[in-house]
Design a protein around this ligand. Structure first.
Ligand SMILES: [Zn+2]
Length: 496
């Protein structure tokens, strides 16, 4: 019954012209321009996640080509051709779902029909949905048609998995990649629908729906339809949380606030009365909590608030581990409670940060960065790892050398220092500098070599540096306080 309902709303609000499409601006602009200039190709590939409007766009293209006032980037939507394409009764627009018509027989029949010139319209348009589902034999048959397409025939292939389509087919298509809708775009559409349907709403309620839909317009419309049905046309945030079975963001906020304030009674009270009291399961609550903490961690990292970032980073590590543990635990509530008590009893983060910043003799040049924001870890390890991987494909030896060097990436600059390298390895990196720069550029980074091999002292390897850092009393103290912390990088401390 629900799928019928969603059909109703999805059909009623399906965009009818390019200008009514929300999002996918790059696709709309390019298609409109091509139609204006009469540059129509024989086959298009519309790739992208489900529910973002690929087949709607294909139908608009069919209308644009066949409108009695066309071909035109703005089909009139009132001539016979436009109207019957909308109704799905236009003879020269053929829609096929490859998920249920996968075989050679269907494609043979299609090839037969392609031979006959268009019956009514200027263009005969074949829209094949989920085209990656076709069998190999069917693809081969299709390829023959694509190699010598008759005049006036246009194929639009839609797919959620372009990787499964043979290269021979891909190379004959003009490809468009559809993007998931942003939350703003989804909210914009939902508002328009509510207004035209005469439904009243709280804006936050629509935001919750848009977020839950995760970039799929179809899902957003379906959830809205449910919300309209269950709220008698007055959509409020509290009800939406209930209907969708989501954890109320206010509960998450209250919980985190008490946790940040180190208010043990407060956290436990929220947990008992709001989380368990409202019937949320611990796993679902943890996942909502994680979403929020990761968002806040990103904000803190972006604004350079290290202390806050470290705090949220610690929380995220704890909640992640906990989410995994409660799944198998017979008493998830108790596990959660124990963890809450431990988190609140941790020493204030500020003292740990100052511990790390503490005075140190200049003769001890090595200081570790024990904890980092999630973002930076990702940035550092991602770029460096991707660089090493890329090099490994061309020059395995150079990649091995890189792994023994000290490679860091900061703000789009990859810096390579000798680290544990011997003279021969370092010289090789110098020789390969132009090549390495090119590889880094492919990852959007600059690259430089820094420092020299000191001939008379054997440089410490990264492993040795890490070991030395681990023995540092300040680091040991931090590791004791934060069992989740890991040493991700060792950095030479600036001499003062
Ligand atoms: Zn028309």
């Amino acid at each position: 019954m629900q799928s019928d309902l969603y059909q109703v709303i999805a059909r009623r609000w399906r965009p009818r012209t390019f200008d009514e499409v929300v999002g996918q601006k790059h696709v709309v602009e390019t298609l409109k321009r091509a139609i204006e200039k009469g540059k129509i190709v024989h086959s298009y590939l519309f790739a992208g996640p489900r529910g973002v409007g690929k087949t709607s766009m294909a139908r608009i293209l069919a209308k644009a080509l066949n409108c009695e006032n066309g071909p035109t980037p703005s089909p009139c939507c009132s001539c016979d051709a436009c109207l019957s394409i909308e109704k799905g009764t236009f003879v020269d627009v053929v829609e096929m779902d490859a998920a249920s018509n996968r075989g050679i027989e269907e494609i043979r029949a299609l090839r037969e029909s392609v031979k006959y010139a268009s019956v009514r319209g200027r263009y005969r348009v074949y829209i094949i949905d989920e085209v990656h589902m076709l069998t190999e034999a069917a693809f081969n048959a299709l390829l023959k048609t694509l190699e010598e397409p008759p005049e006036g025939v246009v194929f639009v292939f839609a797919t959620t998995e372009p990787k499964k389509i043979p290269q021979t087919i891909l190379s004959r298509c003009v490809r468009f990649d559809f993007k998931p809708l942003t939350q703003e775009e989804a909210v914009h559409i939902l508002k328009k629908i509510c207004e035209r349907e005469g439904v009243s709403y709280e804006e936050e309620a629509l935001r919750i729906i848009a977020k839950a839909a995760g970039g799929s317009l179809r899902d957003a419309e379906m959830l809205l339809e449910q919300a309209i049905l269950f709220t008698d046309g007055n959509i409020k945030r509290d009800r939406v949380y209930e209907i969708l079975g989501l954890v109320d963001s206010l509960v998450v906020e209250d919980f985190l606030k008490a946790l940040m304030d180190r208010d043990l009674d407060g956290v436990l009270d929220v947990f008992h009365s709001q989380v368990l009291g409202r019937g949320y399961d611990v796993g679902g609550f943890l996942s909502a909590l994680l979403d929020e903490v990761v968002e806040r961690l990103k904000d803190a990292a972006r604004s350079g608030n290290t202390e806050l970032a470290v705090k949220y980073y610690t929380f995220s590590k704890v909640f992640l581990r906990l989410a995994e543990e409660v799944r198998r635990h017979p008493f998830p509530e108790m596990l959660m409670e124990a963890e809450i008590i431990r988190l609140v009893s941790l020493p204030p983060i500020e003292s740990v940060v100052s511990l790390l910043k503490g005075e140190r003799a200049a003769s001890e040049p090595v200081v570790p960065e024990t904890v980092r924001s999630d973002e930076r870890i990702k940035q550092v390890s991602d770029v460096v790892q991707r660089l090493v991987d890329a090099v490994a494909k061309d020059k395995p030896y150079v990649a091995t050398v890189l792994q023994n060097a000290e490679v860091v990436c900061q703000n789009g600059l990859v810096v390579i220092r000798p680290g544990g390298l011997k003279r021969i390895g370092w010289d090789r990196l110098n020789e390969e500098l132009p090549y390495l720069r090119d590889k880094a550029k492919e990852l959007g980074c600059d690259l430089m070599l820094e420092g020299e091999i000191q001939e008379n002292s054997v440089p410490l390897s990264r492993a040795e540096l890490k070991e030395r850092a681990r023995k540092d009393p300040a680091v040991q103290k931090v590791l004791e306080l934060f069992p989740e912390a890991v040493i991700v990088d060792i950095k030479r401390r600036d001499r003062r």
